[in-house]
Design a protein around this ligand. Sequence first.
Ligand code: NKO
Length: 196
Amino acid sequence: MREYLFPILLGYFIGAIPFSFIIAKIKGIDLRKTGSGNVGGTNVLRNAGALYGGIAFFLDIFKGFVVVLIVKDLGINAQLLAGSFAVFGHCFPIYLKFKGGKGVATTLGMFFGVYPLSGAVFFGIWLLVVGVTQYVSLASIIALLSASIFTLLAGKDYWLIFLALSLFSILRHRSNIQRLVNGAERKTDVIDIFLK
Ligand code: NKO
């Protein structure tokens, strides 16, 4: 157990750094009171534009990636723990009274760290769905499931961890799902915002 304490604590405290919240704050925006109210990259993009949104996306992804990288030599279990706790840290950050984001970007970073090809699958599917529908939440849900199923088909024995993390993040999209069903979900033209 003791050898897992380091990955758990590292994952949690790095994952809990609320980069999206901080980046929006630099622009004078309180993310919790703007747009969807979510402290995630999408809400930064929506309200602070491509530069700030891009940096927020990058840092929230990077924290999930880097904790996996740091514990690489400790083996796969340590990597999975560090990555998973980074996602929990992002969702329940001690620095924001435990009210964090939905965990999508940090899960993507963890996927990239543990199994880069699954991260690539996530990224491709996410871009495709967001490009076609402009619903970021829908893109996130489908990309999380696709990357997990890909990991299963690739025969990785940690696929269940990927799927569990994905379901955890999807559960945090309940209000988005409700809006999607009602036709009330906001559209964000991510690709247009970035290319403009
Ligand atoms: O605010 O509730 P909301 O609508 O924000 O947010 C729902 C959303 C929450 O998740 C996020 C993080 C999503 C991270 C996805 C990372 C995908 C990589 C982004 C790179 C963008 C590069 C675009 C280049 C276009 C040319 O589900």
